[in-house]
Design a protein around this ligand. Sequence first.
Ligand SMILES: Nc1nc2c(c(=O)[nH]1)N[C@H]1C(S)=C(S)[C@@H](COP(=O)(O)OP(=O)(O)OC[C@H]3O[C@@H](n4cnc5c(N)ncnc54)[C@H](O)[C@@H]3O)O[C@H]1N2
Ligand code: MOO
Length: 413
Amino acid sequence: MGNNSELFKVKTLAEAMDSLRPYVQTFYQRAETIPLADSLGRILTQDIPAACAIPHFRKSTMDGMAVRAIDTFGASESMPALVQCYGEVRMGEAPGEALRQGTGILMPTGGMLPEGADAVVMVEHLEHFGEELYGVTKSVAPGENLIDIGEDVTVGEVILKQFTRIRAQEMGLLAALGKSDVSVLPRFRVGILSTGDEIIPPDQEPLPGQSRDINGYTLLGQALASGAEAHYYGIVQDDLEELRTILSRMLKENDLVLLSGGSSVGTRDLSAQLIEELGEPGVLFHGLALKPGKPTIGGVADGKLIFGLPGHPASAMVVFDAIVRPWLDGSLLSPRVDPLPKGKMTQNLYSGSGREEFVRARFVPDGEEGLLEPIRGKSGLIRTMVLADAVVHIPLDTEGIEAGKEIPFRPLR
Ligand SMILES: Nc1nc2c(c(=O)[nH]1)N[C@H]1C(S)=C(S)[C@@H](COP(=O)(O)OP(=O)(O)OC[C@H]3O[C@@H](n4cnc5c(N)ncnc54)[C@H](O)[C@@H]3O)O[C@H]1N2
Ligand code: MOO
C-alpha cells in the first residue's frame, strides 16, 4: 500500500461513492421474507404487481341509497324523485338482485352496490314517505358517492417498485393486496469501533488528556436510525495487533465496518494499512475534498465496506450522513423523491476551501418560511450537532451562499 499515488489523491464525495459501488453489488441482491407487520422502513427487493383490483367491488362512500342516477335527475326539495326501495345491503355482503328502473336499495358506507346502480344518494337527501316509498330531494350524477372497481389499484399494474422504502402507507397498500409477508433487503449489519489511546468509556472518569467516547454512540445512533442492525464494539488503542484482531472479527460479523479516530496524520497509516491487508481491493480513497471530513478513509475488504471516519465528533457525524447512510437506508438505490425543506440563510457563507462543505445550522421559524442560522463551532464540538436542526450543503463548484438566499437543507430532527 501507499505506492500508488493516484489511489491516495483526494477524491470528491461523488468520486468516493463511485469508487465503492462496483464492489458491493451483492449487498443489494440479498433478500429475506418478513411479516408485513415488521416491514416499516425496510426496502422491497422486487416490483410488486397488483394481483387484484382495489376495490374489487363497487363500494358506497356514503350511508344512503344506491340508485340509477338517471332516476334522480331533476329532483329537488320541492319536487322529490320517487324511488321504490327494495331492501337493504348489509356490510360485507353482496346485494342479491340487480337494480331495476325506479328502484333503490339502502346501504351503509362501504356497502357493495348492486348491478344496475351507478350512484348513491346520501341519507340526508332521502325522505321516507312510508312503506317502500322514498323521495330523493337532490339529484346525483353517475359515479357520485361510490368508489369504482379498480379505482384505487388496477389488476396487474406495478404498484410498488423494487427498492421502495416501506412507509406506513406502503404497509397499508401491501395489506390491501393480500401480502402478509414481504421480501425485503436484509438489515445491514454495521460494526462500530472507536480508536485512540486517549478514548475511555462513558462510565469512567477521564484523566487529563483523556476523553470519553462520543463517536461510538453517535455513530451507533446514526446507523440504527438508518435502518441498520448496528453493534458497538467498544474502544481499541492505537495498536496494530489489537486493531487487526478486532477488525477481522468485525469484518466477519458485519456488512459494513466503521472506525473513528486515527484517520489523520499519526495513526492514519495504521488504519489504512489494516484496510489494505484485510481484504481486496483495500483502500479506495484516503482523503476527501470535503469539509469537515478531509481525513476520511474508505475501502472494501472482500465485499465488506470499511470507513475510517474523522475523530472530531461533528465531522464523524457529518461524514456518516454524507457517505455511510446512503448505503444503509436505500437512498442510493431509490433516491428520495420528496423535496428537501428550504430556509433562508441569515448570513453570507463563503466557501473558499476548494472542498464541498456541509454547514450545521439552526432553523428559526419566521412567518411562512424559516431562517437558517449557521453554527460556527469547530468540528471537535459535539454541542454544535446538538444545537443543529439542519445541515446545508455547499457543492464543490460554488463560492458559497449569499445571505437571504433560499436554500434546501437536510433536517436533523
Ligand atoms: N496536521 C494535521 N492535523 C490534522 C489534520 C490535518 O489535515 N493535518 N486534520 C484535522 C482534521 S480535519 C480532523 S477531523 C482530525 C481527524 O483526526 P483523526 O481522525 O485522526 O482522529 P484523532 O486524531 O484520533 O482525533 C481527533 C480528535 O477527535 C477526538 N476523538 C477521536 N475519537 C473520538 C471519540 N470516539 N469520541 C470523542 N472524541 C474522539 C480525539 O480525542 C481528538 O481530539 O485531525 C485534525 N488534525
Ligand atoms: O475536516 Mo475535519 O474532519 O474538520 O473536522
